[in-house]
Design a protein around this ligand. Structure first.
Ligand code: HEM
Length: 200
């Protein structure tokens, strides 16, 4: 009891306030301090406090890759989210990353990512055997369809490189002559060879 009286007297003599009034004002000041200082916390400190997972690292804008082989192109099929999504038409490579919903994994046109798509686009085909630059036997109207696609891609996407000719690619990959021939001329009887080669 003596301690309480001493405390009350001290507070009164210094502030002229009763202990109840003194502690109420003190509590209000602490509350206001926290409120005001909270308004000036840096966004980094807020982000550090929240336990949200970090943003996935997005690939930067289109980057020129120059000459690449078909095999190198295959690595740009969206399986590595840090790499851009690329797609080739008539040997020209376009960065289609901005349309990840079309060409990214699970997208309706994911099969085109990382591939040379000329024949497939000309024929409006989703057949893996048509993922080639080989245009043999196509009609004038099919070639026109391909032309339209090419124009659309030139307008919409950035060209970032081009494929080295398939002949060079084949020798790069040390394929034997028979397989190299099959890649260049996928006739009906060689389609299975091409499929097995291209699905590697
Ligand atoms: C039932 C058949 C199909 C429907 C309903 C359909 C529908 C669509 C739609 C709505 C778009 C988005 C257009 C845009 O916003 O620019 C699109 C884009 C596209 N379609 Fe199809 N499509 C069909 C078949 C095909 C076929 C057979 C192919 C080729 C084999 C194809 C290739 C493409 C490509 C490459 C794009 C993306 C173009 C871009 O990157 O802007 N589609 N399709």
């Amino acid at each position: 009891m003596g301690l309480f009286t001493l405390l009350s007297d001290t507070i009164y003599s210094y502030t002229g306030l009763s202990p109840v009034a003194f502690f109420t004002i003190l509590a209000l000041m602490v509350g206001i301090y926290h409120l005001v200082s909270g308004m000036f916390v840096s966004p980094e400190a807020i982000a550090a406090k929240t336990s949200l997972p970090p943003e996935p690292e997005l690939p930067p804008g289109p980057i020129q890759i120059g000459e690449v082989t078909l095999d190198e192109l295959r690595t740009y099929d969206g399986s590595d989210p840090k790499k851009p999504l690329l797609m080739a038409i008539k040997g020209n490579i376009y960065d289609v990353s901005r349309s990840r919903m079309f060409y990214g994994p699970g997208g309706p046109y994911a099969l085109f990512a990382g591939r040379e798509t000329s024949r497939a686009l000309a024929l409006m085909s989703f057949d893996h055997n048509d993922l080639t630059s080989n245009l043999d036997g196509l009609s004038a109207s099919e070639l026109e369809v391909l032309q339209d696609w090419e124009e659309k891609f030139k307008e919409k996407y950035v060209k970032v490189g081009h494929l080295v000719s398939e002949g060079i690619t084949n020798s790069d990959n040390n394929l034997d002559d028979e397989k190299a021939g099959a890649l260049q001329e996928p006739g009906p009887d060689t389609k299975s060879t091409v499929e097995s080669l291209e699905s590697k």
